[in-house]
Design a binder for this molecule. Structure first.
Ligand SMILES: Cc1cc2nc3c(=O)[nH]c(=O)nc-3n(C[C@H](O)[C@H](O)[C@H](O)COP(=O)(O)O)c2cc1C
Length: 171
């Protein structure tokens, strides 16, 4: 039977919350695991893989994981980020992640904002390369909120619908 994996990398829990929302919205045979414990990917027909944007990009362990996804396997990517949704800062990491899974079959992407810990913000604000997004990050303080979680559920349902229909399109 077709099996779905939801897997995530997280430092402060935001991406895990989104992963759990996606997992909860899925029907059928499914499992959820932190990325480090995902194990053999071969049994899964669809993989939801999520990560936090860090220093404008994809955390290194996530890069390694994404590159390991077998050729032709269906994958849906999701991310959380402190910067404003839709800004180039929030999109670029997801675009880079899409390149990392080029050999797999990317079926959709989702992202939402995630609060940045005060401690991280204080440190990051001191380095010029983080100024651009760190200034935006203050308004992420309430995210992921219920609306983000509902969007994540809708994303999961949409991907599942396409999966049943056997057709995918980037979101
Ligand atoms: C060290 C560090 C670097 C970050 N770099 C960025 C960044 O470049 N752009 C951005 O939008 N958010 C950045 N963030 C914010 C995180 O992407 C955001 O808080 C995310 O929701 C954290 O997810 P997590 O709780 O799953 O770890 C950074 C956070 C930390 C701690």
């Amino acid at each position: 039977m077709a099996k779905t994996l939801v897997t995530y990398f997280t430092r402060t829990g935001n991406t895990k919350l989104v992963a759990e929302a996606i997992f909860g919205a899925l029907s059928g045979n499914k499992t959820i695991q932190p990325m480090a414990e995902a194990g053999d990917l071969a049994p899964y027909h669809l993989i939801f893989a999520g990560f936090p944007v860090q220093t404008h990009s994809v955390p290194y362990p996530v890069e390694v994981f994404l590159k390991s996804i077998p050729e032709g396997q269906k994958v849906a990517l999701f991310s959380t980020h402190g910067s404003v949704t839709g800004s180039s800062l929030s999109r670029e990491a997801l675009e880079y992640a899409s390149v990392l899974v080029a050999k797999a079959h990317l079926v959709g992407t989702f992202s939402c904002r995630g609060k940045v810990s005060m401690r991280a913000l204080e440190v990051l604000m001191q380095s010029p390369e983080h100024e651009a997004w760190a200034d935006m990050a203050a308004s992420a303080a309430t995210h992921p909120d219920e609306s983000d979680i509902e969007d994540a559920r809708a994303f999961a349902r949409w991907i599942m619908t396409l999966s049943v229909q056997g057709q995918y399109r980037g979101l």
